[in-house]
Design a protein around this ligand. Structure first.
Ligand code: ZN
Length: 356
């Protein structure tokens, strides 16, 4: 079995590397860029594994998983494979990891280790994750290695935000862009990794996560699931905008440590709301059970008794998207939600019973 069978998507990138290896045209420095949670790091590790394997021919990018290089690689202690990432809770990739601690600057750390000759095979490979979080000091320390990489070294930098990578670093690497995963790939991975109990949950997270497994994982957190299900049950009936907004705010506050987090969670509420109405539209258009949200289906059935719903649902979606831009423009979350849900409640009510 191929070591690459664990990876979903990114076939073009794989083909690009296969050809480069075949022609002996591997670059010494790569910069992998793409959203979080799509498999960039896994790709880099598989590439390193394949390149370090001693049994395989150079042009296959495969690994035997048995040789004297594969065994330590798989055990996580290959002497010629180096990996650094930002420490948990830190905002920046620390210089100590790149250039060693202050008192031993240049005598330890990634750049130093990379300069030693390979112990096991013919090359050394380093993965520098979170390369977009290097500060000036780290970047400068790293730049020397990047400008003149040790002869048999290969560097793979990984970043989710290309704009945050120092131009001096960026210009010295071959850029490889990675696209978000397809919806079906996300759904398959969620099921394979046991992160969902039902296909319906996988479909829900797959539809909302924008091709990122990291986002899908966040979405599946119990507190967000609870928030979502109480929101859906409110939206499916005649509701008071003030009461719903208040309940949502309390729930958001309970799971948010600070204002930025409050905004992230408010964003999710708005995404859930849009998804609710879109599911209703889908259901109306196809009249199938394709709608992943049962509450949206029952809401639509009630609505259809008194009007043709398409136009109204379109307006509800537009109003919710408008609220998302307000959050982005830093309008306070309470104000945004109160005004949004009051509008949604008023708009959804039959004309003769509308009240403010
Ligand atoms: Zn091997």
């Amino acid at each position: 079995m191929s070591i690459w069978s664990t990876l979903r998507g990114h076939n073009d990138q794989r083909e690009m590397f296969r050809r480069a290896v075949q022609r002996g045209r591997l670059s010494q420095s790569y910069l992998f860029v793409g959203p979080d949670g799509i498999g960039k790091q896994l790709f880099a590790r598989l590439l390193a594994h394949g390149l370090l394997c001693r049994a395989e021919d150079g042009d296959r990018l495969e690994a035997c998983c048995e040789c004297s290089s594969c065994r330590p690689f798989m055990a996580g202690n290959h002497p010629d494979f180096l990996y650094v990432e930002r420490n948990e809770g830190k905002r920046e990739l620390q210089i100590e990891l790149i250039a060693g601690p202050k008192e031993r600057r240049g005598q330890e750390g990634l750049c130093h280790d990379l300069s030693l000759r390979p112990l096991e095979g013919s090359r050394k490979i380093a993965i520098i994750n979170d390369a977009d979080t290097m500060n000036d000091e780290s970047a400068n320390a790293f730049l020397k290695t990047l400008e003149e990489p040790p002869e048999r070294a290969m560097l793979i930098l990984i970043a989710s935000n290309l704009d945050a990578v120092m131009p001096t670093i960026r210009s010295r690497c071959q850029l490889v862009r990675f696209a978000p995963l397809s919806r079906s790939d996300v759904e398959t991975l969620l099921v394979e990794q046991g992160m969902v109990a039902t296909d319906l949950e996988a479909q829900f997270a797959g539809a909302l996560c924008e091709g990122s497994l990291t986002t899908a994982r966040q979405l599946l957190r119990p507190e967000l699931r609870d928030l979502r299900s109480s929101l859906y049950s409110n939206l499916s009936r005649d509701f008071s905008g003030t009461i719903v907004a208040k309940a949502l705010l309390e729930a958001i506050d309970a799971i948010s440590a600070d204002t930025p987090e409050q905004r992230v969670h408010a964003h999710w509420v708005l995404r859930f709301t849009v998804e609710f109405y879109r599911a209703a539209l889908r259901h109306q258009a196809f009249e199938t059970d394709a709608a992943v949200i049962p509450e949206a289906k029952s809401w639509l059935a009630a609505l259809e008794k008194r009007m043709e719903p398409t136009e109204l649902v379109g307006s509800l979606i537009d109003r919710t998207i408008e609220a998302s831009t307000h959050i982005e423009q830093n309008v306070p979350v309470p104000l945004t939600l109160e005004s949004l849900f009051s509008d949604l409640a008023r708009m959804s009510r039959p004309a003769d019973t509308r009240r403010t």
